[in-house]
Design a protein. Structure first.
Length: 317
């Protein structure tokens, strides 16, 4: 009898666990289509009109052409899988929005294409376990940290199992890490992590050698698009490794020192900018952005890549 009771209890627990269903983001069922957006906290934007919860099941994003999902308040769920056997669409965590997966891993592009998570300033994404970005083959996922915060409780993996993952940490953005693979497998294949502006990685402990010798040396972590701009420091006060981007200063403005016209001949004189070459550009419509102006061609010469004189002043006639 004792064995029978134990078996019955086990079956009862299994049945209870299996009743926790996944919920799928499908705002079209609520009459919301792109370019309109839906809010995570509206139950009718999910299948069965049920919000994801933290007691089992998972929040799934895999519906074609689903409207963007915006998060404006605190949402916790057992597991978040974006791009689960279908396109993952867009999740945008707004100022005041926060998602927490407790205590499970989450995926941005588990195996589905066209998957994007955006964490805006004041937004927070908490991965309670591993964070898989572009996990399996076919999965292409991007996380844009646009001033918000992403916390990863366990390992970060970009392209871990054959997919492609991209993380962009922009002005004010913070990626708080707990673990990167010691052999470089946390960023594999074409995957990439790029830091710009005042974005940064924060990782407790001294991991300067691993980041420099593995991830930066193999151009898997870059700043401003290049490994040379990555700055790695160990803060002896907070006992944290901080990874940031070098500040890229804009070129100083050209100082046009003289412009003359005589007998149909134009003469330009301007100041040096060391290490630069110059183009003389023109446009028939001055309202066009200068970026669109083409190098001037007088029918004989195209005035581009003009060498710097190195004397402090340049002249073109």
């Amino acid at each position: 009898m004792r064995r029978t009771v134990i078996v019955c209890v086990g079956l009862g627990l299994l049945a209870a666990g299996s009743s926790l269903a996944n919920v799928v983001w499908n705002p079209a069922g609520n009459g919301i289509y792109p370019p309109d957006v839906g809010n995570w906290n509206v139950a009718s934007n999910w299948t069965s009109a049920t919000l994801p919860s933290d007691d089992g099941g998972k929040a799934v994003f895999n519906v074609d052409d689903a409207a963007e999902c915006q998060v404006t308040d605190f949402q916790d769920n057992f597991q978040l899988v974006q791009g689960d056997n279908g396109p993952g669409g867009v999740i945008r965590i707004m100022n005041g929005g926060e998602i927490t997966t407790v205590p499970n891993w989450g995926a941005v592009a588990y195996n589905g294409p066209s998957t994007l998570m955006i964490v805006e300033e004041g937004g927070v994404m908490n991965f309670g376990g591993h964070a898989w970005i572009g996990f399996n083959p076919g999965g292409v996922g991007t996380v844009d940290i646009n001033g918000g915060t992403v916390n990863v409780a366990q390992q970060l993996g970009l392209g871990w199992n054959g997919g492609e993952g991209y993380v962009n940490i922009r002005d004010g953005g913070v990626l708080n890490l707990a673990q990167l693979h010691g052999g470089g497998n946390s960023i594999k294949g074409n995957s990439l992590l790029n830091i710009t502006g005042t974005g940064k990685i924060v990782w407790p402990g001294d991991h300067t050698t691993l980041i420099a010798d593995v991830y930066v040396a193999e151009e898997k972590i870059v700043a401003n698009g290049v490994p040379e701009d990555v700055i790695i420091t160990y803060d002896t006060n907070t006992l944290e490794t901080i990874v940031t981007a070098a500040v890229v200063l804009p070129d100083p403005p050209l100082d046009m020192t003289q412009f003359t016209q005589e007998d149909g001949t134009l003469t330009f004189e301007w100041s040096d900018i060391p290490g630069k070459q110059f183009d003389l550009v023109s446009s028939e419509d001055l309202a066009n952005s200068v970026d669109t102006w083409a190098p001037y061609n007088d029918g004989v010469t195209t005035y581009e890549n003009i060498p710097n004189s190195g004397t402090g002043s340049n002249t073109l006639t």
